[in-house]
Design a protein around this ligand. Structure first.
Ligand code: KG4
Ligand code: ZN
Length: 403
């Protein structure tokens, strides 16, 4: 089955084409086209994602990305394609709020032959609602012109499925589902979420722990900002933390002076919830207390921050597994790209948790992408979940839950 997938939930605009075969237990995915544009540099001046700008950027980039993905998949043939007047009116109405996207779609699709694609998978939540709407309406427009069904995908399930597959080729273009034994626990750590999820089968989830305020990704990005690292600071903050650990391992004592320990929020709360806003404030006070912060101090603060949040994650993972003994544990979401968190989790499972297999996503599926949305769409197709047609009402849902 060939699926075209679209992801616009935050500040990544992505379109992919995958060829999926097999069952839930032995599915294979060939990535035939993969086009992704990160808007991060555009949002840097605002210190975070600015929803109206994200929406406009998605509308600007979706058509070029679609063409690029189709071309890569050898599905772009430039022939005239007549779009009926009725269809044109439908598209114009559907996309009238999307910053000129209707004209772009009509112009481009009049010159593209209908590709052999069986369905369109699109993220319809959770995420920034104005950003999600662009993707959902774009999917409906393509589905209308090409007369193919739409599979609405929950972005968080996408992050979970991304962790269940492994790359089977060096070019990172083919993936196979790994053996996943249920019950399964998942830890989703991203820019919008920090959740522990329990499930006994794909497609049905119970959230058993979540953050009460900021997500862990937000904490990374906000602490990065306090330390003068531009948005999105998570990955760079993690590099600083590694420098800090290197320094500590060679020249300890006097360097740690003035770098207090940070709190490990809710580490002893008797539940599976998180809170990350206090730790950001603690970093702010520490930096204010220090006055001028030199580079070594920045790296040491970053290391202490990364250690603090990782301590919390590991404690909650252990508690969750005690309360819900499981056979598989999957880590998903953009923050799962963090090497330190991944290594400490891998160490914990190797040393202490022998009855449960840990799965982490490959690096190119960790942060937001359309490939995982296509894979999830395929899993939904295998479960016979209802598809939508372009004329069905399909809404973006900013606070969509996993259930
Ligand atoms: O899943 P994702 O790409 O987008 C959302 O669905 O939110 O996650 C983005 C988040 C951002 O907060 C980003 O700073 C963080 O993931 N992130 C990292 C790393 N790579 C991405 N945080 C810490 N270390 C990293 N290496
Ligand atoms: Zn995400």
């Amino acid at each position: 089955m060939k699926i075209l997938s679209i992801e616009t939930s935050c500040d990544e605009t992505a379109v992919a084409i995958i060829n999926a075969t097999g069952k839930e237990t032995d599915a294979l995915f060939q990535v035939e086209g993969d086009a992704l544009y990160s808007q991060a540099s555009k949002h840097a001046q605002y210190g975070g994602v600015y929803p109206t700008l994200a929406k406009r950027e998605h509308a600007r980039n979706l058509v070029p990305l679609l063409k690029s993905a189709l071309k890569e998949a050898s599905l772009l043939s430039n022939t005239e394609h007549t779009i009926s007047k009725e269809k044109q009116v439908f598209i114009e109405k559907l996309l009238y709020r999307e910053d000129g996207l209707a004209q772009k779609v009509l112009q481009a699709l009049q010159n593209i032959e209908k590709p052999s694609i069986d369905a369109i998978a699109v993220t319809y939540g959770p995420g920034l609602e104005p950003a999600l709407w662009v993707g959902v309406n774009f999917a409906r427009a393509l589905a209308h012109i090409w007369d193919i069904p739409i599979i609405p995908v929950n972005h968080l399930e996408g992050h979970m499925i991304a962790s269940a597959v492994h790359s089977t080729s060096e070019d990172g273009r083919t993936f196979a589902v790994q053996e996943v034994a249920f019950p399964m626990l998942g830890l989703i750590i991203s820019g919008g979420h920090t959740e522990i999820v329990h499930t006994t089968e794909w497609g049905s989830y119970a959230v058993i722990g979540s953050t009460r305020d900021d997500s862990i990704g937000e904490a990374f990005d906000k602490v990065a900002r306090i330390l003068d690292v531009p948005y999105p600071g998570g990955p760079r903050l993690s590099e600083l933390a590694q420098e800090g650990r290197n320094t500590l391992s060679t020249r300890p004592a006097h360097l740690t002076k003035n770098i207090q320990k940070l709190p490990r929020p809710m580490i002893r709360s008797n539940d599976l919830d998180f809170s990350f806003s206090g730790i950001k404030t603690a970093v702010l006070y520490m930096v204010q207390g220090l006055g001028e912060v030199n580079n070594t101090q920045r790296t040491l603060i970053a290391a202490e921050f990364e250690e603090a949040v990782t301590d919390v994650l590991l404690t909650k993972v252990t508690q969750a597994l005690e309360l819900h003994p499981s056979k598989t544990f999957i880590l998903g979401g953009g923050v799962s790209a963090n090497t330190y968190i991944k290594e400490r989790l891998q160490h914990l499972f190797k040393e202490e948790i022998h009855t449960c297999t840990l799965r982490v996503p490959t690096q190119n599926l960790s942060t937001d992408n359309a490939v995982m949305i296509g894979m999830t769409g395929y899993f939904m197709h295998l479960r016979n979940e209802a598809t939508y047609t372009s004329t069905d009402t399909l809404s973006a849902i900013g606070n969509l839950k996993l259930q």
